[in-house]
Design a binder for this molecule. Structure first.
Ligand code: RB5
Length: 152
């Protein structure tokens, strides 16, 4: 598990069928899960959950964020508006590994309509188990500089 202990977790209605399984999967791996997701009936708006998870990670109240909507795209667009967040949409274990190893992503965004629940769980485990590789730091510094310059 390394240094990652606390996970901020958020879902919208599109992830209703996978959310409990994924949350339990994380808890069984001994992660402390703070759930900001939608667990009601009907539909909801993914920005409401993505922003809470992203702010929790940016404020260092969680080590990583996991967001699941239909495709992961909407969640990632919102999460990337929050300073300090690098959110990545991933669609297989390779992209989940590289999001952490190369992009230093701290929020993983997945699609319940583009992956099965077992693929989702495997992507999450790969993401959380993979450390960042220092040789990519110069690019991350450039992202941070752009964020400082362009986002007010
Ligand atoms: C909801 O229908 C859907 O648009 C949402 O879950 C997500 O896929 C948006 O990116």
């Amino acid at each position: 598990m390394g240094n990652i202990k606390k996970i901020a977790f958020g879902t919208d209605h599109a992830a209703a069928e996978v959310r409990d399984t994924v949350k339990k999967y994380l808890q069984d791996l001994d992660y402390n899960v703070e759930d900001f997701g939608f667990c009601g009936q009907g539909s909801c708006d993914y920005p409401d959950f993505a922003v809470q998870v992203a702010k929790t990670v940016a404020n260092k109240e969680a080590d990583r964020g996991i967001l699941i909507c239909g495709t992961g795209i909407g969640m990632s667009i919102v999460a990337n508006k929050v300073k300090g967040v690098i959110a990545a949409v991933c669609w297989n274990e390779d992209t989940a590994r590289l999001a952490s190893q190369h992009n230093c992503a701290n929020v993983l965004c997945l699609g319940s309509r583009t992956a099965t629940v077992s693929e989702i769980c495997r992507m999450i485990k790969t993401f959380l188990d993979t450390p960042f590789k220092e040789r990519h730091q110069i690019r991350i510094n450039k992202i941070k500089e752009i964020e400082k310059r362009e986002c007010r």
